[in-house]
Design a protein around this ligand. Structure first.
Ligand code: ADP
Ligand code: MG
Length: 255
């Protein structure tokens, strides 16, 4: 498998002085289902925003499919799909129109864009919302729409920043069927952040743990569980809690 995402020594300091990322190194292979885990404020969304060119890094380098996204921005936009945590969508626009508009932005003809919008509405079970203004959608339906918008142009790499927040259990199951389906059948690389560790445990195979802007572990989920406790067969959630609690305790004893 070739490296689809390569991150070397990446750092980001916000103007207020927060060091959000401190020398991140990661490699994600084509077709992998990768999850970036870490507490609130660890730097996950900052990394996603840099990778998807919404904000700029301070130092280090990164490449997507061997391309430097900061130089070849338009080429990258065609191969990535992004459902970011704070996606801005036009509140006055109707769901179907927004999906058609997105398709047109990606160069689809009007009939193609209409066909794709309809496919995604059916796939994400948004039929009842088709003609609703996006401002009237529930939180979970809005997240489904964000993800549908991210898939309009059949991206090869999908960035999902806490995608399933607010979805009801059925919507969540349907959502993961869609994502695991395209990961397996189309080898779409998935870069997921989530606080639902059962979802990460079930669907991802590779992971990294970020705490206070630094990577503490990167490798397979099985490898992480073995590192935390080789004997007990803990879930990812238990392993994560065990590891992060020990970090907090270590910090307390050092201070
Ligand atoms: P996560 O997604 O892991 O919860 P973020 O990447 O959103 O974390 O935030 C990482 C750190 O950067 C936090 O300390 C957060 O408060 C800070 N931060 C995020 N966005 C900004 C911003 N626009 N300006 C200043 N600080 C920010
Ligand atoms: Mg975040």
């Amino acid at each position: 498998m070739t490296a689809e995402i390569q991150i070397r020594d990446l750092s980001k300091r916000y103007p207020n002085g927060t060091d959000a990322l401190k020398g991140i190194c990661l490699e994600i292979k084509k077709g992998q289902f990768f999850t970036l885990l870490g507490p609130n404020g660890a730097g996950k969304s900052t990394l996603v925003k840099i990778m998807t060119t919404l904000i700029q890094k301070d130092s280090g380098s990164f490449a997507i499919s061997g391309i430097n996204p900061e130089i070849n921005h338009s080429k990258i936009q065609k191969i990535i799909g992004v459902a970011s945590q704070d996606n801005e969508i036009d509140p006055a626009e109707q769901v179907e129109n927004l999906l058609i508009f997105q398709g047109r932005l990606f160069g689809l003809s009007k009939p193609e864009a209409c066909k794709r919008a309809n496919e995604l509405i059916v796939l994400f079970q948004l039929e009842k919302e088709r003609n609703k203004k996006t401002s009237t959608l529930s939180g979970g339906n809005k997240r489904r729409l964000h993800c549908a918008l991210a898939l309009v142009h059949h991206p090869r790499i999908l960035f999902l920043d806490e995608p399933s927040v607010g979805m009801d259990p059925l919507a969540r199951a349907n959502f993961w069927d869609i994502i695991t389906g395209i990961n397996k059948s189309e080898s779409v690389t998935v870069f997921l952040t989530t606080q639902y560790l059962d979802e990460a445990d079930k669907h991802a195979t590779e992971m990294a743990l970020i705490v206070a802007g630094e990577i503490h572990f990167s490798g397979s989920i099985v490898g992480f569980k073995n590192m935390v406790n080789p004997d007990e067969g803990l879930s990812l959630e238990d392993s994560y809690l065990h590891y992060v609690k020990s970090l907090v305790n270590q910090e307390i004893s050092e201070n």
